[in-house]
Design a protein around this ligand. Structure first.
Ligand SMILES: NC(=O)C1=CN([C@@H]2O[C@H](COP(=O)(O)OP(=O)(O)OC[C@H]3O[C@@H](n4cnc5c(N)ncnc54)[C@H](O)[C@@H]3O)[C@@H](O)[C@H]2O)[C@@H](O)CC1
Ligand SMILES: [K+]
Length: 524
């Protein structure tokens, strides 16, 4: 599913209407009929339903929904907050259709008390006041109606967006309707993936309204999310039956320190479990006896250490000492001795994943990334705090602008950026973005990032397209956490459990998709 800003959605709609010839009236009919069909599944026959509409096109969707629900025999009333005189275009035409079909809308302008009573007394409220067209803070009476809806005990279903939630990425969070479910039309709105807004939406239910793919291509909205496990099937790691270990790639993971030998070993284990042919842990030599017993499958390359971390002199030796097809650096490095990671990027033209403490060291060398010439990808995997250091912004600023900031950063420095979070965003150096839909709060625990780094590195060695490798690592990392959370509570998920269960999850995914008859949507 595409992810768009409010402005991009308007461009998509315009293209569908003006260039393709799908009329706005038809799109509204599609939106309303598809929504009402999806909403009906959540309703009981005796529910009192208040469809609360504004005067723009979001309100127009509400007129259509109210008609369908009434025709299906539900006790649904239409409460219109906008004055009749302010309703125009397709929305007005659909209001007329509703009335000509023998139904009467109630207007707040003339019957405010009855409207408020209908809202207060409803079992289900359908919020079709405002969608992508909202600007600024909610004005009266929308603000008061939103507060009334939020106070009610009814189930609240929003159409497209909860009313009042702004569609621009970095806008302040305003008071808005808090929905239990949001029936999201055509494409996912960008702010539904941003931490500040996500909680307004409740469960997000995508609703197709028949806009052709070309309309999105024309708007250059190259951001996507997979909400469907079957999409993953075509991208699962695949091993050639004749493969030998040399073909699955040699991985080197550089990290560890006296106090954090576990981090580099968790990354190494994940790398082994995710299919790398050979995995070498490059560690400070005085941590060898602590690290080595942790993983039998790894090889070790100990380098000079100082105060339990890599000695500064060790970094100059790394490019020559490491014989690998891909390298990851960062897990458990520690911050007492400055890590000199830039020679790795400059001298090793193999895929490189930069994570954890190594990102903080890279922050001072960022400008050099622009001038070096490499053919192999550089992948940065910051959490919001590390991204704040990389960009010189606050964590709040990073979180409010996750999409645009990631795109600008990845394009400026020519890197793949994995900005972690509830919905991790992966951005390619060309600005294309993928949002991950898997994972849960159980991942908010030390070590899960190290495991992800190991998985990304292993997949980079097995996939031709780095974007696909990175995305699949993030996707399967989250999916395995979801699998674990189904069996034991989220709080008990251990990072290494993800490595241990990865194979089971891939296997289950293959089985599920086979059972479903491989109905794969090619638009992913
Ligand atoms: N062809 C299309 O464009 C389609 C649009 N659709 C719907 O149309 C919506 C967008 O429609 P519009 O662009 O008309 O915008 P909206 O209906 O979201 O909002 C516009 C209305 O909100 C009012 N408004 C704006 N800011 C406000 C504030 N702060 N407080 C109170 N009132 C405020 C405006 O005066 C205007 O009446 C989408 O979210 C979707 O639900 C769907 O019908 C599908 C097709
Ligand atoms: K709405």
């Amino acid at each position: 599913m595409y992810i768009v800003s409010g402005e991009e959605m308007r461009q998509v709609d315009r293209f569908a209407i003006e260039q393709i010839g799908l009329g706005g009236f038809t799109l509204m009919e599609n939106a309303g009929s598809s929504c009402s069909r999806a909403i009906e599944r959540q309703l009981k026959k005796n529910n009192r339903i208040a469809v609360v509409s504004g005067g723009g096109n979001n309100g127009g969707d509400g007129f259509v929904i109210a008609r369908y629900l009434a025709e299906a025999g539900f006790d649904a009333t239409l409460e219109v907050i906008a004055p009749r005189m302010k309703i125009h275009g397709e929305a007005y035409e659909h209001l007329l259709v509703y009335e000509r079909a023998g139904r009467a809308a109630r207007f707040y302008e003339t019957d405010s008390e009855a409207v408020e009573q209908a809202i207060a007394g409803a079992d289900v409220i359908i919020d079709a006041m405002l969608g992508t067209g909202v600007t600024g803070e909610l004005k009266p009476p929308y603000k008061e109606i939103a507060a009334l809806i939020n106070r009610s005990r009814a189930l609240v279903f929003a159409v497209d967006l909860p009313s009042g939630v702004p569609s621009a990425e970095a806008a302040d969070i305003q008071a808005g309707v808090r929905a239990d479910r949001t029936y999201m039309l055509a494409a996912r709105k960008m702010n539904a993936s941003l931490p500040g807004y996500r909680s307004f939406y409740g469960t997000i239910v995508p609703v197709d309204i028949g806009i052709p793919e070309l309309a999105y291509v024309s708007a250059k909205a190259d951001r996507r999310i997979w909400l469907d496990e079957q999409k993953a099937l075509r991208h699962l790691p695949h091993r050639d039956p004749d493969a030998h270990k040399g073909q699955s790639g040699r991985a080197a993971i550089i990290g560890g320190s006296m106090n954090m030998s576990g981090a580099v070993m968790m990354a190494a284990e994940a790398c082994v479990r995710a299919g790398a042919g050979r995995t070498t842990a490059v560690i400070p030599d005085d941590t060898l006896s602590a690290a080595a017993p942790q993983l039998k499958e790894a090889m070790y390359l100990p380098l000079p250490s100082e105060s339990g971390e890599f000695a500064r002199s060790a970094w100059g030796k790394v490019p020559e000492a490491v014989h690998a097809d891909g390298v990851a650096v960062g897990p458990g490095l520690g911050r007492n001795v400055t890590n000199d990671i830039f020679p790795l990027i400059n001298q090793l033209d193999i895929p490189i994943v930069i994570d954890a403490d190594a990102l903080l060291d890279l922050a001072s060398d960022l400008e050099q990334l622009k001038i070096i010439s490499r053919t192999s990808p550089v992948i940065l995997t910051p959490h919001p705090g590390e991204m704040a250091v990389l960009t010189g912004l606050s964590i709040e600023e990073v979180q409010a602008g996750r999409f645009s900031l990631s795109a600008k950063f990845a394009k400026t420095y020519g890197v793949y950026l994995v900005l972690k979070g509830r919905e991790t965003i992966i951005t390619g150096p060309d600005g294309r973005q993928w949002v991950n839909s898997t994972g849960n709060a159980g991942l908010a625990k030390g070590g899960t990032g190290d495991v992800l780094t190991g998985m990304i590195l292993a997949f980079l060695l097995q996939y031709e397209d780095p974007a696909e490798a990175v995305f699949m690592a993030v996707y399967l990392h989250g999916l395995t956490a979801d699998y674990l959370a189904e069996r034991a509570d989220q709080i008990s998920i251990n990072a290494s459990d993800i490595s241990h269960e990865l194979g089971t999850v891939i296997c289950q995914l293959k089985q599920k998709c086979n059972e479903a008859g491989r109905t794969i949507d090619i638009r992913d």
